[in-house]
Design a protein around this ligand. Structure first.
Ligand code: 4AD
Ligand code: MG
Length: 471
């Protein structure tokens, strides 16, 4: 068994046994004969307070080596401390460690270590992403992220969904939006020098290949065999969107269900979000409480999430949504009209002003949505749904898929796609086709929404965005 973490040690009955604390020094301060060392090991936002009593009635209590270590113990150094857990007379913690031995494992010279006691801006911390996990805020976000990832699997596994690993390198553009990163082993500098066009036949895969923008198309092949599947993996978009809600590499969860329609995906999406909110409220309460205490971040995360749990999501058709927006047309930079792609200002308005909470917008014009969505009988709209939330806008996008071979093939041709490249996808409609539907949720948008973190780059350990690929 591994040694217990600080989180576990704080639960041990006081005075019961000698303990060993392993972690990184957050702060050290001295008061008369006492030295207080706050140690954190990332098991929870709480640090444990270790108190060294150095002298009593003129007698030295600690060995000289411990005196020396304590004398020069900088923030960020790693330590192993021995002591006994005792009830704390001070406010702020129930227990503390009456410490009698300390070993400094790794120094962190204060003139160089960038994380000093003072509060650092999130922008500064982004530049030292290799060290920022040692701050309480990034520790909290990392723990929330980890719990949510587990929650995603729990939710789907409990309902008979199978986890499918869809490929990261692919030969298709699942969204038809052209925002692809190309994967190649061709000698690009040599090609550029020769002025010749690349010969993809001679490339690694014998044809152009890309990083996937979505695992949906491959997930559909398994849904039409295993009935209920989901993917949860990295996805890549070469969109030049330098915003607080776009990443070039993000994680997406995509359930896909056979014998299902648009209404089923809306129900599933709502149940999924509510399950994750419940889990995080129950299991990450300490971390959420810590985040709420921070400056510049929302003060009422838990109240906001709790309120959402208590009421059903509002549904509105795209047409009705646009009508509501048109009434307020003067308040938008981009004037809304039927047929327009909803801009983030529109999504914010709908969630924040019209509904005051999450809203599911359905039945979008086919022109602004992907080729695979099922056409409504009016032949104008598709069976699409987006879940929008205040502050962020779209958090989930989904649809019922076109299961009719002829209609799908026509739609692909109209959109100028190379139908031959998608023969395998069309086969699903040729052999044993069924109505099926699914959605995709951006994992970072979820974490952003839950934690109130303003910038998506602060909810993933190493953000990749336009002009940003450090670490
Ligand atoms: O709406 P999108 O593009 O839908 C799809 O990819 C479908 N194949 C999903 C499906 O039906 N299986 O993306 C889905 C979600 C968005 O709602 C958003 O939360 C997130 O992925 N997303 C991004 N997150 C961060 N950075 C980006 N650049 C994102 N693009 C999409
Ligand atoms: Mg979308």
């Amino acid at each position: 068994m591994l040694f217990p973490l600080i989180k576990d040690l704080m639960q041990v009955p006081a005075e019961s046994q000698d303990l060993t604390i392993r972690g990184w020094v957050r702060t050290k301060r001295e008061l008369k004969n006492l030295t207080f060392v706050e140690v954190n090991d990332g098991s929870s936002p709480e640090s444990i307070q270790c108190i060294f009593d150095r002298r009593r009635s003129g007698h030295t209590l600690l060995p000289p080596s411990a005196e020396t270590i304590l004398g020069a113990l900088p923030t960020g150094s790693s330590v192993v401390i021995q002591g006994r857990l005792v009830p704390s007379p001070g406010s702020g913690q129930a227990v503390e460690v009456a410490a009698y031995a300390i070993e400094c494992i790794g120094d962190a010279p204060s003139e160089a270590y960038p994380l000093q006691k003072k509060r650092h801006s999130l922008e500064f911390l982004r530049e030292i992403a290799h060290l920022r996990a040692r701050t309480t805020i990034f520790g909290a976000v990392a723990r929330v992220r980890s719990r949510l990832a587990f929650g995603v699997h729990q939710f789907f596994q409990e309902q008979g969904f199978h986890y499918i690993h869809t490929p990261i390198i692919t030969g298709n553009d699942a969204e038809g939006a052209g925002a692809l990163f190309q994967v190649t082993t061709l000698d690009l500098p040599a090609l550029a020098q020769s002025g010749k066009d690349p010969d993809y036949g001679a490339d690694f895969f014998g044809k152009p290949a890309y990083l996937t923008v979505s695992g949906q198309l491959e997930a559909e092949t398994y849904a039409t065999a295993l009935s209920r599947v989901y993917t949860f993996g990295p996805t890549f978009r070469a969109e030049n969107s330098n915003t607080t809600r776009h990443l070039a590499e993000f994680w997406m969860i995509e359930p896909e269900i056979a014998f299902a329609n648009l209404a089923d995906t809306m129900q599933l999406a709502e149940a999924f979000l509510k399950f994750l909110f419940t889990v995080v409220l129950r299991d990450c309460a300490e971390d959420l409480a810590f985040i709420e205490k921070l400056e510049k971040i929302e003060k009422s995360i838990t109240a906001r999430l709790q309120k959402i749990l208590d009421s059903p999501f509002v549904h509105i058709s795209y047409t009705d949504a646009v009508a509501a927006l048109e009434k307020k047309a003067s308040s938008f930079t981009f004037k809304p009209f039927w047929g327009c792609d909803l801009q983030s200002e529109h999504e914010k308005f709908l969630t924040e002003k019209v509904v005051g909470g999450p809203v599911i917008v359905t039945d979008y014009p086919k022109e602004i949505k992907a080729f695979y969505m099922k056409l409504n009988d009016d032949e104008k709209n598709v069976r699409a749904m987006d879940v929008l939330v205040p502050r962020l806008g779209e958090i989930i996008g989904g649809s019922q898929r076109e299961e009719n071979y002829t209609r799908l093939e026509n739609r692909m041709r109209v959109m100028g796609m190379h139908v031959e490249d998608y023969a395998w996808y069309l086969d699903l409609r040729r052999y044993g086709t069924v109505p099926h539907a699914g959605f995709g949720m951006g994992f970072e948008r979820l974490i952003q929404y839950i934690t109130g973190m303003v910038n998506i780059r602060d909810v993933i350990p190493f953000p990749r965005a336009v002009g940003q690929v450090e670490f």
